[in-house]
Design a protein around this ligand. Structure first.
Ligand code: SF4
Length: 335
């Protein structure tokens, strides 16, 4: 379900989904491992969008992972990395200009991509006890309208504006868990909140996880929110998995140049040691818009301070650094 907002809250890009009967989510992204006992398995998910000019933009390019019961997976990446497309695509909710969508999203053995969005929402509503064709159709339409941003203004008028951001987020959380889901996908749930309220919301999530055993996919652009909260972290860049590992591994010893750059560009939290010589936060030069991506080679190459000759012509695969940590970078390939 999408969150409430006022007309000037287009930036409140949060999106909630709750899937019934999912118990733990565990991202076993990568690897060709069989997803034994997983609740959710995403296999080679590819989504492309067409532009008015006829170009095609690959928003997700071969995402694969498993999610096990009770796991919280954090997904990191800057705007345009594919985070939100991944969240919606897991439910088969593609924008109208999606021109290519392939792969599989297996939830309890069913491929969610094989059902259209309307069917999927209807299935969830029916599973929660709603019946009657007219009521189901109307509720389905309402849910879809709240998911897609095209109706933002109309949606905004439908919610009580007198609530604070934190209060509205709590309402959203209540809505998401009202039907007893096992898995919640939260897309930037704290993006529009001040730091104090962000911490408050994380406390709510932690409590819910403890009390309900919720599995969760938590999408954010802020690594600091994942520390002490998620079990594993997946880093996306240009629709590809560039790093995946246990939260401590990725946050404490980031390996991919993009992950490291991302971490260097976030503000130091109060109480953390600060480099006095650092007057301003470093930023990652360039951007990841489709028009800025190279036609060949590593997608991060134009922005990478560690690029090598081979990075211009070849795209790296995933390298296992340990049983739990993988990275997509030539720097770690053994020759
Ligand atoms: S493969 Fe090359 S360009 Fe890509 S992240 Fe690694 S070093 Fe940088």
């Amino acid at each position: 379900m999408n969150g409430p907002g006022s007309s000037n809250q287009a930036s409140e890009n949060y999106l909630w989904f709750a899937l019934e009967d999912v118990c733990l989510v565990r991202f076993a992204v990568l690897l060709q491992h069989a997803c034994m006992g997983s609740i959710l398995e995403v296999r080679d998910l590819r989504v492309a969008y067409g532009s008015r000019g006829g170009d095609t933009h690959q928003a997700l390019d071969g995402i694969s992972f498993c999610l096990e019961s009770g796991e919280v997976l954090g997904i990191l990446g800057e705007s345009g990395s594919g985070k939100s497309t991944l969240a919606t695509s897991i439910l088969g909710l593609f924008r109208g200009n999606a021109v290519v969508a392939s792969g599989a999203v297996l939830f309890e053995g069913r491929d969610l991509l094989q059902a259209n969005p309307g069917q999927q929402v209807r299935q969830v509503l029916a599973a929660h006890g709603m019946n009657g064709g007219v009521a189901l159709n109307q509720k389905t339409r309402e849910v879809l309208e709240t998911v897609f941003t095209e109706k933002t203004e109309r949606i905004a008028r439908s919610y009580p504006h007198q609530l604070s951001g934190g209060q509205r987020q709590r309402v959203l959380i209540a809505q998401a868990i009202a039907c007893g889901p096992c898995l919640v996908i939260a897309d930037e749930p704290t993006a529009s909140l001040d730091p104090t309220t962000q911490m408050e919301m994380l406390g709510v999530f932690r409590a819910l996880r403890r009390s309900l055993g919720l599995a969760m996919i938590f999408i954010t652009h802020n690594p600091a929110l994942l520390a002490g909260f998620s079990d594993r972290v997946l880093v996306l860049y240009a629709g590809r998995v560039v790093e995946l590992g246990l939260t401590e591994e990725v946050l404490s010893w980031p390996k991919h140049p993009y992950t490291r750059s991302l971490f260097q560009s976030i503000p130091v939290l109060p109480g953390e040691p600060r480099d006095a010589s650092q007057k301003k936060l470093p930023s990652i030069p360039g951007d990841s818009r489709p028009s800025s991506l190279p036609e060949a080679g590593c997608p991060f190459e134009p922005r990478c301070s560690e690029r090598m000759d081979t990075c211009k012509s070849q795209e790296p695969g995933l390298v296992n650094l340990s049983e739990t940590h993988v990275v997509s970078c030539f720097r770690y390939e053994k020759s």
